[in-house]
Design a binder for this molecule. Structure first.
Ligand SMILES: [Zn+2]
Length: 312
């Protein structure tokens, strides 16, 4: 049976269980952390992360995929500590989170160099630990495929081809970025069944989503709670319609919730996105989707079977 790496070592894919495909235990601007560490409250970060993960587990969550990578403050020791404390199966990633530029370190080196580092995270371990990455993360946002972003996308693609590991993206559907990403992955010869185009649920354009699905990837309906980008009602209506059209085997439900996030002052975030947490999908979204006609089997597909297929 296929196995998936977690922070506690490999598990059989059939042990993944109920899975949140895209959540963050902690998101920090890593250059700020390095230079002004005093502005961070590590105790608060720790208690919030263990609290939110525990709340998700009380609702049956067994596995969380955390795509926190370079430029989001990835700290695999912190991730492993939270996973060990709570008992969640935590699946972590390699990759680079950038919307436009890379540091000169990568700009001035060949693509192979980046791929070698990603492969090392997968085969040897992350940040001098033996915790291995199980998937690869990359992004495009409204800035589009800049030269540096293209380098990361091609690096992710080549890493997937070398290791067989799946790719998760951050995309910006309003500017059609999922399709731009698929163009590059197709050009690199990546198996589309190994691709998850994240944040596709930020649009309710069924035309765009069906065109994207036509290229064969999974899609993330993975930002529940971020109503400032698209309100829950529209997110739900889109998922319901796609389930009706037979796409439950291609979707994931998640929140992209960051237990802590230094991009905004904490009080502002509570005001802007009050329901953005790790239990919103299970507490409110799944019941609402079922009310609207999504079946139990379809929910199981989106939250248990699809994670197995994508990761396995
Ligand atoms: Zn995210």
């Amino acid at each position: 049976m296929a196995q998936v790496e977690t922070t506690a070592g490999p598990v059989d894919v059939d042990q993944l269980g109920l899975t949140l495909i895209h959540e963050h235990l902690r998101t920090r601007s890593e250059s700020v952390v390095a230079q002004f560490p005093h502005v961070y409250d590590e105790d608060f970060e720790w208690s919030r992360a263990t609290e939110w993960v525990s709340q998700a587990m009380e609702r049956g969550v067994k596995t969380i995929c955390d795509p926190t990578v370079m430029e989001l403050g990835r700290d695999v020791r912190f991730m492993k500590r939270v996973a060990d404390e709570t008992g969640v199966q935590l699946v972590v990633a390699t990759g680079i989170y950038t919307y436009h530029y890379l540091p000169p370190h990568f700009q001035n080196r060949e693509l192979d160099y980046m791929v070698d580092l990603f492969v090392r995270d997968i085969e040897v371990g992350i940040q001098n630990t033996d915790v291995k990455a199980a998937f690869i993360k990359c992004c495009t946002d409204e800035q589009g495929v800049t030269p540096d972003v293209e380098k990361v996308l091609r690096g992710a693609a080549q890493t997937s081809k070398r290791t067989g590991r799946p790719i998760m993206t951050h995309s910006h559907p309003a500017s059609g970025q999922g399709l731009r990403q698929m163009e590059i992955f197709e050009d690199e010869g990546v198996d589309p069944a190994k691709v998850l185009i994240g944040h596709t649920g930020d649009t309710d354009s069924i035309d765009y989503i069906e065109e994207l699905l036509g290229h064969g990837p999974f899609i993330g309906m993975d930002r529940y709670g971020l109503d400032i980008i698209l309100p829950t009602e529209q997110r739900n209506a889109t998922v319901v319609e796609l389930c009706k059209r037979g796409y439950a085997d291609r979707m994931f439900l998640s929140q992209d919730a960051c237990c802590t996030l230094d991009w905004y002052p904490e009080d502002l975030r509570a005001q802007m996105v009050p329901k953005w947490n790790m239990t919103y999908v299970l507490d409110e979204i799944v019941p609402a989707l079922k009310e609207a006609g999504v079946t139990d089997e379809q929910v199981t597909q989106m939250m248990e079977e699809n994670p197995r297929r994508w990761l396995g």
